[in-house]
Ligand binder design. Structure first.
Ligand code: NA7
Length: 473
């Protein structure tokens, strides 16, 4: 109910969700429904990759080129390229030699894959792996899970949608949407505005248990200081350790599955259905590739520093070049032919996560420096879409042709994003939030952690002040 578009009340009322967490086919059906209902497909060119976008200073327009040879001239260029769309496959030696079927969780065949009777290897244990592993394990003859870093995962407690719940939500949709927009993360979760350290150990355990039973991402909001105090965070981590050891029968496997090297929530908290329990199956082997890294992919499997594993299907659940990857794959050039790649060699720099100094009339939807991946993406996407549309209308009404962030406002925003990020525990994890998962990527905490509601107020305030921090031309 929360993870859906809010721009049309008819759409909200007519669409029926069938589960607490809709699965991929249902989300795809929803996306297609939205596109058809609002007749969007006539404006979409599919199967096309944009290869470059260059700002023509004389014409004050963008020239966009595609891999199909299209050349498009446009006043504005809006990058809606996604934060998690540029697949990441680590440069393992021998990857091309693997003779069996290869998959990446981020580009899964739409018709599905049946692993019945197959021996399968999966590299990675992030959200995508954690959601896939229990399903693949039920089919496969054997599943090898190659884990470098264990993750914290909360049960999803997915259930069929309760019709009464859906009816109640629909009756109060405007209020729910308003609450989401003003919230910290773009959806309303029960928050405790007290420190984890201000209550007794018994009370903490009761509260953690309540959230564990309820399921879902709200766990990280159990106490005010879980994301900012290591000591508070340790209490939540200890709760997880106990849970994992209770679920997983083999204590050595349980220990391997227990995160130890980063605070809870500083890598994206995962949500699963039967993940830890899957490691009690006879046909599942957890392989620690932290102590013995993968050395080579071979035609029939892979070799680590400690042993050989043979399988006939290989799944990369190795994530994405997050937040900047899709943008930088396009040759984007602003004033004076400056490339975005050069400008961002030390990490992304934006004003409000929406715009870049030196790149007039270029907007990024949920760009680095905005709440983006730390929020309900749809709420954040809609906020950016509305802000950009209002901005374009304002320029037209004022007879202006360009808008461009000033260097000073960009510098100040980058400093602010850093300052707030470093008030939290997030930078302690080698996560994709900081670019740590991509070899050679600069280590910068990219999303804005100041909160969806506060960020919206800031963006609205900038607009109300006649686009403060921008130069209008
Ligand atoms: P993630 O969360 O980036 O997970 C990728 C996983 O792949 C993670 O466990 C990585 O371990 C692992 N990985 C990456 N490179 C290697 C190498 N070289 N060797 C071994 N293991 C490796 O991607 P997901 O697709 O699961 O989720 C992305 C987001 O989508 C998620 O956060 C949600 O917001 C939705 P590492 O932790 O780096 O040691």
């Amino acid at each position: 109910m929360d993870y859906s578009f809010s721009f049309s009340s008819q759409l909200e009322q007519e669409w029926e969700w069938t589960e607490r967490y809709a699965s991929q086919p249902e989300i795809l059906k929803y996306a297609n429904h939205v596109a058809d209902r609002f007749d969007l497909k006539r404006d979409i060119q599919f199967e096309t990759q944009v290869v470059s976008a260059a700002f023509d200073e004389a014409a004050r327009r963008w020239t966009v080129r595609t891999d199909r040879g299209d050349v498009v001239s446009a006043r504005f260029c809006i990058m809606a390229t996604g934060c998690l769309s540029d697949l990441q496959v680590p440069p393992f030696k021998g990857v091309e030699t693997f003779a069996g079927a290869r998959y990446h969780t981020g580009s899964w065949p739409h018709e599905g894959v049946d692993f019945t009777g197959r021996r399968v290897g999966i590299i990675g244990t992030g959200s995508s792996a954690i959601q896939s592993i229990p399903i693949i394990a039920e089919q496969a003859a054997h599943l090898y899970v190659f884990q470098r870093t264990p993750n914290y995962s909360v049960p999803a407690r997915n259930v069929p949608m309760d019709p009464d719940y859906q009816r109640r939500w629909k009756a109060q949709y405007p209020q729910h949407r308003q609450d989401a927009r003003e919230s910290r993360v773009g959806f309303v979760i029960e928050r405790n505005d007290v420190s984890a350290l201000s209550v007794s150990a018994e009370e903490r355990k009761r509260e953690y248990e309540k959230r564990w039973q309820r399921g879902g991402l709200g766990f990280a909001a159990t106490y005010l200081d879980i994301q900012i105090s290591q000591e508070a965070n340790d209490t939540a981590a200890a709760f997880f350790r106990e849970k994992i050891h209770r679920i997983v029968r083999d204590p050595a496997v349980a220990e391997l599955l227990t995160p130890k090297t980063y605070p809870l929530g500083t890598k994206r908290l995962c949500v699963d259905t039967g993940y830890y329990d899957t490691f009690n199956r006879d046909n599942v082997t957890l392989v620690d590739v932290r102590s013995a890294p993968i050395e080579e992919i071979t035609p029939d499997g892979l070799r680590t520093a400690a042993g050989r594993y043979t399988f006939d299907s290989l799944i990369f659940a190795t994530g994405f070049d997050a937040m900047t990857g899709a943008l930088l794959r396009i040759d984007i050039r602003g004033r004076g032919g400056m490339s975005l790649k050069d400008k961002w060699t030390g990490g992304p720099r934006t004003y409000l996560g929406l715009t870049v100094a030196g790149f007039p009339n270029l907007f990024a939807i949920t760009g680095p420096g905005s709440p983006s991946v730390l929020s309900n993406m749809i709420v954040s996407i809609e906020q950016h879409v509305d802000w950009i549309a209002d901005c374009m209308a304002h320029l037209r009404a004022q007879g202006r042709t360009t808008i461009e962030a000033t260097r000073e406002s960009e510098d100040a925003w980058v400093d602010h994003v850093n300052e707030v990020g470093h008030m939290t525990l997030y930078p302690k994890a080698a996560s994709w939030y900081t670019g740590a998962n991509v070899p050679g990527k600069p280590r910068v905490f990219m999303p804005y952690v100041g909160g969806v509601g506060a960020y919206r107020l800031k963006c609205d305030d900038v607009a109300a002040k006649g686009y403060e921090g921008f130069r209008l031309g």
